[in-house]
Write a protein that binds this ligand. Structure first.
Ligand code: PRT
Ligand code: ZN
Length: 279
């Protein structure tokens, strides 16, 4: 049987969530993978530096990979991206010393910007007709203004704590990044099957299952409200009562707004359940 070959980050910010996602898709991988290649009966996993993942997929050494969108854009391999994965969120932003007067990237014309993403930065500056010099650094970019080798930085930010502790402030964002699923534009049945499972897991994570009893006097109003936001699965009047039993699938990010609205309309016995898979 052909095995699916997948490239994942060996260690670092995307490692754990990548393994968790694959396990939710039915694979059985340990979180404590020590080797650089791990095989199960249906999978070969290559554990790599994240920067090497796009090249492995582009050359066909791996069928699929999970890597930050920022890495793909920096390596100009956007054609490999199939889907966003909903973790590893960050943004590529410009930051300057807190006391500096630079308010936007336009103010950085003629200045030096340190970055670990020189290609993305160069493209952005050209598109905005800004002439700055680029100082490439592979890591610890935030140190650059403090030691006098750059006026500003262009780097990944998530919580903003690293900027703050290096006396820097964010002034503009180029783009938002997250982990992406990559493969060649033409893919076989094994990849298609994994892609199908990933979508089912993502869809399940993005939604909740909500059950409740609605008072008949407010039922029309409640259903009208839910209709615009959710997928309604089931509406069943409860015999000899003034209540109707309702089951819906609700986007997780608005669950509290929906619960508030249902409470306002005197719904009771509201139960929210996680979904394991949603196909
Ligand atoms: O060893 P390897 O080459 O595989 O790993 P790496 O060191 O290149 O990458 P790693 O593990 O740091 O990040 C992997 C991916 O996670 C990145 O390519 C991004 O897609 C994503 N990601 C999400 C981040 C961050 N958040 C992040 N905050 N990558 C880096 N950072 C760094 C940032 O560069 C800065 O130094 O964290 C610092 C800022 O964090 P906050 O929380 O203080 O803002
Ligand atoms: Zn890296």
């Amino acid at each position: 049987m052909n095995k699916l070959k997948i490239a994942l980050q060996k260690a670092g910010r995307l490692h754990e969530e990548s393994i968790n996602l694959l396990n939710a898709c039915g694979f059985k991988l340990s979180l404590d993978l020590k080797q650089l290649k791990v095989s199960t009966f249906n999978l070969d996993v290559f554990l790599l530096r994240d920067d090497d993942i796009p090249g492995f997929v582009q050359k066909g050494i791996a069928d699929v990979g999970i890597v930050g969108k920022n890495v793909i854009l920096e390596q100009e391999m956007d054609f490999l991206i199939r889907d966003n994965l909903g973790f590893g969120y960050c943004k590529l932003s410009f930051a300057v010393p807190k006391e500096s007067l630079y308010k936007s990237v336009k103010d950085l014309s003629g200045k030096c910007i340190a970055t670990s993403h020189p290609k993305i930065l160069d493209k952005f500056l050209k598109e905005h007709n800004i002439k700055s010099s680029i100082h490439k650094i592979s890591g610890s970019v935030e140190i650059a203004p403090n030691i006098g080798i750059a006026d500003a930085i262009c780097d990944l930010v998530s919580s903003g704590r690293t900027l703050d502790s290096n006396n820097l402030k964010e002034i503009e964002t180029i783009f938002s990044s997250e982990a992406v699923f990559i493969c060649q534009p033409k893919y076989d049945i094994l990849v298609d099957n994994l892609f199908f499972r990933i979508r089912a897991v993502k869809r399940a994570r993005d939604n909740n299952y909500l059950l409740f009893n609605a008072p008949n006097k407010n039922l029309d109003k409640i259903i009208y409200y839910l209709h615009k936001l959710c997928q309604i699965l089931h509406i069943r009047p409860i015999a000899d009562s003034a209540w109707t039993y309702v089951k819906v699938i609700v986007p997780a990010f608005i669950i509290w707004n929906i619960l508030d609205e249902l409470k306002k309309n005197s719904a009771k016995d509201l139960v929210v359940l996680p979904i394991k898979k949603f196909v």
